[in-house]
Design a binder for this molecule. Structure first.
Ligand code: OKP
Ligand code: ZN
Length: 345
């Protein structure tokens, strides 16, 4: 299986993030991708390719153009106003406030276009995220070709980013961009299996009222885990999308047995859906020693996950890197998934 590596990822390098009202060292750091690259190289899975530029149009199929323009220029605006270092939002248009009018104030637009203060907007956030989406589109090219599969090594992650907001370390929703591009190239059914510890609220929201993309996720229960305000089991889609969304939340600290049972619950409706393409939002923050998450998967279980995805038997499979914060272990965990997949397919 070939890898597409977003070599511009390091342009997004936050030193700190807000946590419990304090700035703490950032978890989502460039070293994450460096470790995965080393592990993928050592595993000799095959060629490692650079992303091919597919332009802005495929991003605009998912994200509001005004949002993309904002992210593109936001850090320069922040500096021009005398801001130093990374930019953070501090005010949000919650219930009863209007979000249909774009304010002139930069601080207000930061809030309009975000969901949390835990996501530093850096000088290189746009560059890294733009090329991350290009990497996803290049991976899609491979998955739609003869090989039928690819792994996209990128950061920052994407699954929390909505059509017009950033958050949860995410700016551009790579899985959504790839899914929409696949439909635009003539596929009719795309499934997204999100195995990151955190619910992919952005991906779910983007496709919630549609039947052409089925979103299924196993994740930490939002009653206690980020992103808190989405990811409950009763969210099954709406309108034309009713029945095309499946959430399997699990309590923090759940056993591996419970996790694999939940995976089966998520895979069952996906199997009935019989997608032309399976996109895997591959977060490995389900790892037992992840510093911000609370499941218990380890090398053995990551291998079993890869095997199970292979046994699912989608005609095409695209793995996209999402979370995973036990920096030195991420590479080994990703390789375990990909190796399990390759063995079984
Ligand atoms: C992104 B992805 C920890 C607070 C948690 C948000 C977590 C985003 C996870 N300091 N902040 O789903 O792995
Ligand atoms: Zn996560």
């Amino acid at each position: 299986m070939r890898t597409v590596y977003n070599q511009r990822h390091a342009a997004h390098a936050a030193t700190h993030e807000f946590f419990r009202g304090r700035l703490v060292p950032a978890f989502e750091v460039p070293a994450r991708a460096d470790y995965v690259l080393q592990a993928v190289q050592a595993a000799q899975f095959g060629e490692i390719l650079n992303p091919v530029d597919h332009g802005l149009a495929p991003l605009e199929r998912v994200h509001a153009p005004a949002y993309l323009r904002f992210i593109q220029g936001a850090h320069a605006e922040w500096l021009a106003l005398g801001g130093e270092g990374d930019a953070f939002p501090a005010v949000w248009p919650v219930r009863s406030l209007r979000s249909d009018v774009e304010p002139a104030s930069f601080a207000a637009r930061m809030g309009l276009y975000s969901m949390d203060s835990g996501t530093p907007l850096t000088a290189g956030s746009w560059e890294a995220s733009y090329w991350g989406a290009q990497a996803a589109l290049t991976g899609l090219d491979l998955a739609l070709g003869d090989e039928g599969r690819a792994y996209v090594l990128t950061r920052p992650p994407g699954h929390h980013a909505g059509a017009d907001f950033f958050g949860g370390y995410c700016f551009i929703n790579n899985a959504a961009v790839a899914a929409q591009a696949a439909l635009d190239r003539g596929l009719s059914r795309v499934a997204i299996l999100d195995v990151d510890y955190h619910h992919g609220n952005g991906t779910q929201a983007i496709f919630y009222e549609r039947s052409d993309v089925f979103y299924a996720s196993v994740h930490g229960d939002p009653r206690t885990e980020y992103p808190f305000f989405l990811g409950h089991a009763d969210e099954r889609g709406a309108g034309a999308g009713l029945g095309f969304n499946a959430n399997v939340p699990l309590p923090s600290g759940s056993s591996n047995e419970a996790w694999f049972a939940a995976l089966e619950e998520a895979l069952a409706p996906l199997a009935r859906y019989a997608p032309d393409l399976l996109i895997v939002s591959l977060g490995v923050d389900t790892y037992a020693h992840d510093p911000i998450s609370h499941f218990k998967l380890d090398r053995l279980e990551f291998g079993q996950l890869g095997q199970r995805i292979a046994a699912f038997g989608a005609p095409r499979t695209l793995f996209l890197q999402e979370g995973g914060y036990a920096t030195e272990a991420i590479g080994h965990n990703v390789v375990a998934v990909l190796r399990g997949f390759e063995e079984r397919r």
